[in-house]
Design a protein around this ligand. Structure first.
Ligand code: HEM
Length: 227
């Protein structure tokens, strides 16, 4: 067995910060009222994390790059039949990748629609004053009635799949998302995870944070989103 760095530190921090922020979003969205101030902050955090992940999918560690978990239907079928090459189980497996893509895309749609959501009582997204009314009503309907349930469903599926996978005797997946390393039988390339890549990740996160601050400053509300 050999120990291989699969998830670099930036990817791990991204994952756990995303999980906490999404949890915060779901809870504050249900509470409403003054908790919506925190809902907006968590939304800003998720948006910055997703923008960061888009960049990290291009320049991040080996197994964090999008090309490493962009599988076609034949790879998914081969995985389901137990005929996948060993390399397809080092990072996200073809099946796991489907859930990762779904979570990332639905979260993007949820924060994107949040930017244009208007509750017509106290809070509105920073793009509300800048886009057509039809966009605002469609985005608001999606954000409140569909998107949040999709996010909840996908997160529940994500965690259930991890538990079922482990119960069926497969190696743990959560430990590598904490420590970064997997114990593998066959050699596999490692994700680079040193001071240089971590500094690059931090610089990208600062850039993502600045971009989000700019978006929230676009409307006259100055980014607070409060009437
Ligand atoms: C709101 C909650 C959560 C969200 C939104 C979420 C989202 C994600 C995303 C986007 C990835 C892909 C990471 C990347 O490549 O950048 C991922 C992977 C992963 N997540 Fe979560 N996650 C959540 C909760 C959890 C929890 C509670 C656990 C475990 C207790 C967990 C364990 C994992 C593991 C082990 C992987 C790697 C799966 C693999 O090896 O393919 N996640 N998650």
């Amino acid at each position: 067995m050999q120990r291989v760095r699969v998830w670099d530190l930036p990817t791990r921090l991204f994952h756990w910060l995303l999980a906490l922020s999404v949890l915060g979003l779901l809870i504050t969205g249900q509470i409403g009222g003054n908790a919506m101030n925190w809902h907006i902050r968590f939304g800003q955090a998720v948006l910055a994390l997703l923008v960061w992940r888009m960049a990290w999918g291009l320049v991040g560690g080996h197994w964090s790059r999008f090309v490493r978990f962009l599988y076609g239907p034949s790879a998914v079928l081969a995985y389901l039949r137990g005929r996948s090459p060993a390399l397809h189980s080092v990072g996200h497996s073809p099946l796991g990748a489907l859930s990762v893509w779904a979570i990332l895309l639905v979260l993007a749609a949820q924060v994107g629609s949040g930017l244009m959501t208007d509750d017509e009582i106290a809070f509105f997204g920073p793009l509300v004053p800048l886009v057509a009314g039809e966009w605002v009503s469609t985005a608001t309907r999606w954000h409140k009635n569909i998107g949040q349930w999709l996010v909840l469903g996908l997160v529940a599926l994500h965690v259930t799949a991890l538990v079922v996978y482990r119960l069926r005797g497969h190696p743990p997946l959560v430990t590598p998302m904490l420590t970064g390393d997997k114990l593998l039988e066959a050699p596999a390339p490692a994700s680079r995870d040193d001071a240089v890549t971590r500094t690059l990740a931090l610089a990208l996160l600062i850039a993502a944070g600045l971009a989000v601050t700019w978006v929230f400053g676009l409307s006259a509300a100055g980014g607070s989103g409060v009437y």
